[in-house]
Design a protein around this ligand. Structure first.
Ligand code: HEM
Length: 374
């Protein structure tokens, strides 16, 4: 498809599919022409970014669904706290959480990597950064699972059930964040809820949306990065080479991001008529940007279908590009680096069982990944 019809209209899904690296990059960087506001409606004179019950991340107005200058204002509140320097300071906490999870596995010969490691790690890390009390973590996990849940089939009853659950989780979680924001308003803590509460530039609704976005955006994505890393290094038989340092761990993680990108696609809407790679896109048309395909574009990557753990340079777009480039990219990279390093140090033997892989519905990851550590 990338070679034959790189910009292709899918009648059924009513979207343009964009596959080439160059085209995906152009759309993401041209936020004046392609809006991230999923509620954009060319019939309306004002498009203020109200949530439209978006099927991926139903939420209040946040940086991810707005364009500059709104997006710049919303992101500006927190940008500094996710820069490499700030993230480095947080590394010892991530090491301690990782160590605790490994200690909990003590004495087990086999465990499910997804359930017992890759899922709790990012949830605990972001909950700590936000300053959510440890005793509420389970509840937060249940809410965040409900918010990103996908229907198990196409029946109306199932779609309604998922939507009801999402609305309930959004209400409950939003209410809880509202209480915490109220309590911390004017406080001096260094957690992100206090930071949001003290951000005078944000309305209370925007502060709630901000907390929910941070909690949701990084969980399943980082879980999938960790899982795809264990899966890919086992498949390529480089686990020992990474353990000894013969293969660079950080490069291997970048290659996992390219080869098995946790987020496979993003959407934008054209706000004016525009030509893209010879096709005419009209105002209001939805454009789906296939990051997964762009990350395997032979015009940019040698042998793109091969997992090459030492690939360098590696200009993948797994974290997007342009103004919405993933806020949590440095955090996700650091978590993956710490996790992989400590796992390989802790377990002399870590044998992932790849015999019965169950892909996740809609996202690039696995339902489970049994690991033998006996
Ligand atoms: C944005 C991927 C982890 C927070 C994005 C985007 C991508 C992405 C592709 C661009 C969205 C767009 O352009 O529409 C990933 C992947 C991750 C990851 C693959 C893990 C491997 C995280 C973490 C956090 C986070 C850990 C936060 C703690 C965000 C936020 C945005 C974002 C807030 C919106 C930025 C903006 O609109 O300015 N992420 N992400 N992400 N990500 Fe991540």
């Amino acid at each position: 498809m990338r070679a034959e019809s790189p910009v292709h209209f899918d009648e059924q899904r009513e979207t343009w599919d964009v596959f080439r690296y160059e085209d995906v990059e152009r759309v993401l960087k041209d936020h004046d022409t392609f809006t991230a506001n999923r509620a954009f409606d060319p019939e309306k004179s004002s498009n203020d970014g109200d949530s439209d019950g978006d099927e991926d991340l139903p939420m209040l107005q946040t940086m991810i669904s707005t364009d500059p200058p709104e997006q710049t204002r919303l992101r500006g509140v927190v940008d500094e706290r996710f820069q490499p320097g700030a993230i480095r300071e947080y590394q010892p906490r991530v090491e301690a959480v990782t160590e605790e999870l490994l200690d909990d596995l003590e004495g087990e010969d086999e465990f499910d990597f997804v359930d017992e490691f890759a899922t709790p790690l990012p949830v605990i890390v972001i909950a700590e950064l936000l300053g959510i009390p440890a005793e509420r973590r389970e509840e937060f996990k249940a809410w965040s699972d409900a918010l990103v849940a996908r229907p198990e089939d196409d029946t109306e009853a199932e779609l309604e059930r998922v939507q009801r659950e999402q609305e309930r989780a959004q209400r409950e979680m939003g209410g809880y964040f509202a209480t915490l924001l109220e309590e911390r308003d004017g406080g001096s803590g260094d957690d992100l809820i206090t930071l949001a509460a003290n951000a005078e530039k944000l309305t209370r609704g925007e502060q709630i949306g901000f907390c929910m976005l941070l909690l949701l955006a990084g969980n399943i994505t980082t879980t999938n990065l960790l899982t795809n890393a264990i899966w890919s290094v086992k498949e390529a038989e480089v686990t020992d080479a990474i353990r000894t340092g013969a293969v660079d761990r950080q490069r291997a993680i970048e290659e996992v991001l390219r080869y098995r990108s946790p987020i496979q696609s993003l959407k934008r809407i054209a706000v004016e008529d525009v030509e893209l790679n010879g096709r005419r896109i009209e105002t209001g048309d939805v454009v789906t940007l296939w990051l997964g395909a762009a990350n395997r574009d032979p015009a940019v990557f040698d042998a793109p279908e091969e997992f090459r753990p030492e690939r360098h340079p590696n200009r993948h777009m797994a974290f997007g590009t342009g103004v919405h480039f993933c806020l949590g990219a440095h955090l996700a990279r650091m978590e993956a680096d710490v996790a992989l390093g400590q796992l390989l140090e802790h377990f002399e033997r870590l044998e992932a069982d790849l015999s019965d892989l169950q892909p996740l519905n809609g996202l690039y990851g696995l339902e489970s990944l049994p690991c033998d550590v006996s």
